[in-house]
Design a protein around this ligand. Structure first.
Ligand SMILES: Cc1cc2nc3c(=O)[nH]c(=O)nc-3n(C[C@H](O)[C@H](O)[C@H](O)COP(=O)(O)O)c2cc1C
Length: 190
């Protein structure tokens, strides 16, 4: 079982990074083969709406997304982890997600089978403030992203009031919840 973790924060060793590592640790302990992608380190152009993908499901832009598409399609589970930036996902993640219009085209325009029957996904979000709607925009985006790539949104971990770099380390219950989220992704009862 392969699990792909998309680390959406530019801050290495920050809250998102720590939480995703915990989730991947939980999944690995359950036997999953895990891979973490630090999205900020990739060279990914935003979608330019060339719409080459409508012809054959492939983006005409050549950059690091070339390696990400097969990983997204080939994994059994996906975790999207992001800090909340202006009530949304980080722009690093949003650029990657927008480029998945090519996979959306495969599914909805070209009616290709993405082998999506049992693929499961989860979202980890962390923000500094405590508003009720803090995660609403990001959840909608992640849900729609998962739908486009043939993954079912099954779980989320949403943490409010966490701001400084590494502050989440002072919240052992959050770290445990992240570990549990990772291990549950591969359990039938999860
Ligand atoms: C550009 C930017 C925008 C942010 N916008 C929000 C926001 O809308 N709401 C919020 O609660 N926190 C916001 N924050 C705070 C981060 O979500 C918070 O510091 C988070 O813990 C960072 O996680 P990281 O360490 O994984 O990068 C913002 C931070 C930055 C740098």
């Amino acid at each position: 079982m392969k699990l792909l973790g998309l680390m959406g924060s530019p801050r290495i060793g920050g809250n998102t990074d720590i939480l995703l590592d915990k989730a991947l640790e939980g999944a690995a302990a359950g036997g999953a083969e895990v891979e973490k992608i630090v999205v900020d380190k990739l060279r990914i152009s935003p979608c330019r709406e060339y719409y080459g993908c409508l012809r054959d499901g492939n983006c005409v832009i050549r950059d690091d997304m070339d390696e990400i598409y097969p990983k997204l399609i080939g994994s059994d589970s996906v975790i999207v982890a992001s800090p909340i930036f202006f009530y949304g996902l980080s722009s690093q993640l949003k650029v990657l997600i927008d480029r998945c219009q090519a996979l959306w085209a495969r599914k909805y325009i070209l009616k290709q089978d993405l082998h999506d029957s049992n693929r499961r996904g989860a979202f980890i979000g962390v923000g500094a403030t405590k508003g009720k709607q803090l995660f609403d925009g990001s959840i909608l985006t992640v849900r729609y992203f998962f739908q486009a790539i043939g993954v079912t949104y099954i779980n989320e971990l949403l943490l409010r009031g966490i701001d400084k770099k590494g502050e989440v380390k002072g919240h052992p219950e959050a770290l445990e919840a992240a570990y549990e989220l990772g291990s549950k992704l591969f359990r039938k009862d999860g």
